[in-house]
Design a protein around this ligand. Structure first.
Ligand code: NAP
Length: 293
């Protein structure tokens, strides 16, 4: 039976460390790190995620502010851009998080382009994405960094390992695969394969069975099945799916897969709390950079 990678516990440890650092920073500078969350649109899941992030901020002593602009009209994009331009210049605001998805017709890429790179705690601005790909990140994106840190603190090596990432989105697969293949990070140097919708199922199975570490983030309950894994592997389940009754599950057929592999991260209690924790870390790092300048 697999070892369960306890993301919640690791996240709690990290949050304790961050809370202590926030206190030291305040004592040194008199400044409280502040995250501003922009929640545009009416996606109910987004509202839950935003509340979770704000609760976590409060736990570690980071101030958080919520902006909920109404942008569902023809000038909505300009409204959002105006708020961003204001926040970009405000010295009390150290981190800006634009909760996705943005309602249409807002073009998310023009919004990413506008976020002050110093305050871009989600690492969406193309300057920061470029620095990440070149192996010289200022901040690391929250979900990939959470996965990396969860594995590191679980004593699971990455260098030289064969890692498969089933996802190629801007939030998970692209940044994670890029981070894991860097040559200048002791916690990278993996051989990375990225799979997606156009990967034929037979090939996907061949690749997952050959991997040492499988990261799955497709958003389909029970997607990673027992026949796709083998003994000795580590499985990281990024998926977040709500089953009919509201039960939260990941992308892995947990009951079957956990009997075969060596270690597995559960849902809930795996990557989710790590992602939130890395947002706190990034807000503190951004504040340090901005205040020390
Ligand atoms: P997304 O943009 O929809 O990405 C899903 C990825 O899965 C895409 O790359 C897609 O391929 C691939 N995919 C879908 N069906 C597949 C199949 N049959 N075979 C192989 N690949 C397949 O979503 P996302 O934003 O990256 O999020 C993915 C999941 O992770 C969601 O469940 C989300 O809720 C969860 N998530 C969790 C956290 C956390 O902190 N726990 C953070 C972010 C996301 P194509 O590119 O070809 O469409």
């Amino acid at each position: 039976v697999a070892h369960i990678i306890d993301g919640s516990k690791i996240a709690q440890e990290l949050q304790k460390e961050i809370a202590a650092e926030v206190q030291d920073f305040q004592a040194d500078t008199g400044v409280t790190p502040c995250l501003v969350v922009l929640l545009a649109g009416s996606d109910p899941a987004s509202a839950v995620y935003v509340q979770r992030k704000r609760d976590a901020c409060a736990r570690v002593g980071i101030r958080s502010e919520l902006y909920q602009p109404y942008i569902g009209f023809s000038e909505g994009q300009k409204t959002l851009e105006g708020i961003l331009c204001y926040l970009n210049e405000e010295p009390w605001c150290h981190g800006i998080l634009v909760q996705l998805p943005l309602p249409s017709p807002v073009n998310q890429y023009t919004i990413f382009d506008l976020i002050n790179p110093d305050k871009d705690v989600d690492v969406f601005n193309p300057l920061n994405v470029g620095l990440l790909v070149q192996g010289r990140p200022r901040l690391k994106p929250c979900t990939p960094h959470g996965i990396q840190e969860m594995l590191r603190r679980s004593g699971i090596g990455i260098a030289g390992k064969k890692v498969v990432v089933i996802n190629r989105s801007d939030v998970v697969g692209k940044p994670l695969s890029s981070m894991l293949l860097q040559d200048n990070d002791e916690y990278a140097n993996a051989t990375v394969t990225v799979c997606h919708n156009r990967t034929p199922p037979a090939l996907l199975k061949e690749i997952t069975r050959a991997a040492d570490i499988i990261v799955v983030a497709v958003g389909i309950p029970g997607f990673l099945t027992a026949d796709m894994v083998r003994a000795g592997q580590v499985v990281v389940d990024v998926g977040v799916n709500r089953l009919g009754g509201k039960k939260l599950v990941g992308d892995v057929d947990f009951a079957a897969v956990s009997k075969i592999v060596e270690a597995i991260s559960p849902v809930p209690g795996g990557v989710g709390p790590m992602t939130v924790t890395m947002l706190l870390r990034n807000t503190l790092e951004a504040a340090k950079e901005q205040v020390q300048r």
